[in-house]
Write a protein that binds this ligand. Sequence first.
Ligand code: ATP
Length: 233
Amino acid sequence: MLEVDQIRAGYGAINVLWDVTLKAEAGKLTTIIGPNGAGKTTLLRAIMGLTPLTGGAIRLDGQRLNGTPTWDMADHGIAMIPEGRMVFRDMGVEENLVMGAFHQSHRAHVKQRLEQAYAMFPRLRERRTQLAGSLSGGEAQMLAMARGLMSNPRLLIIDEPSLGLAPLVVNELFEILERLKAGGRTIILVEQNTERAVGVADHVYLMQSGRVALSQPASQVELQHLHALYFAR
Ligand code: ATP
C-alpha cells in the first residue's frame, strides 16, 4: 500500500535519512523501531510531507505521494498520531474527537464515527464533556488515537504511543492496537518498546543512524539478535 523508496531527507544541511526503503502492506501492522535519534520521527514526517525529500520517492497504491501537502493527506486516507499526545487541552473530549473529522467529506459521518470511537474507547464516552487537559496520560493517548480514527483513515501512522505510560496502560494500548489490526486497518507503528512492538507487528524494521538496519517478518524476529543490532552503534 505505502512504499518508501530510497528516500533521503533531513533538516537544512543535515541529512538524516539515507536511502531508506520500506513498505507498509494493506491490512498489516508494520513497526519501525530503533534507538533515539535513529530517524524514525523524521521518516514519519517525510511520509506526511512535513519534511521534504531530497531524494527517492514515496508511493501510495503506486501513486507518487511526495510533494502532496500535509493537509491533503486526510484526502488520501492517511492520518498521523504524533508523539506527545497532542490533544486540544482546553477543549472537551468530544470536541477533540469532532476536530478529527474536520474535513468536509467526513462531517456527514461524525455521529457514526463518534459512536465507533466510544465503542472502541469506552472511557472516552464516560469523559466526553471533561476537558482534555485534565485527562491522565493514558486517556490522552487514547483520545489522540480516537481522534486520528475519526477520519476513518486507510493508513494510520502512530508515533511512540506507549512513551511514558504506566505498564497497565501500555497493556491496554497494545490491546487496542490488536483490535485495530483485527479490524483490517493498515498501521505503521513507531515504538521504543521493542518487545511489545514485535509482538503486535506483522513486519519489523529496525532503524539505525538514519538507515534500515533490519527488515524482517515479525514471526522470524529473534529478540536477542534484534537487541544486539539495536544497541550496536
Ligand atoms: P526519538 O526516538 O528520540 O524521537 P527518532 O528515531 O525519532 O528519535 P528523529 O527525531 O527523527 O529520531 O531524529 C533524527 C536526527 O535528526 C537526530 O540526530 C536529531 O537530532 C535530528 N533532528 C530531529 N529534528 C530536527 C530538527 N527539527 N532540526 C535539526 N535536526 C533535527
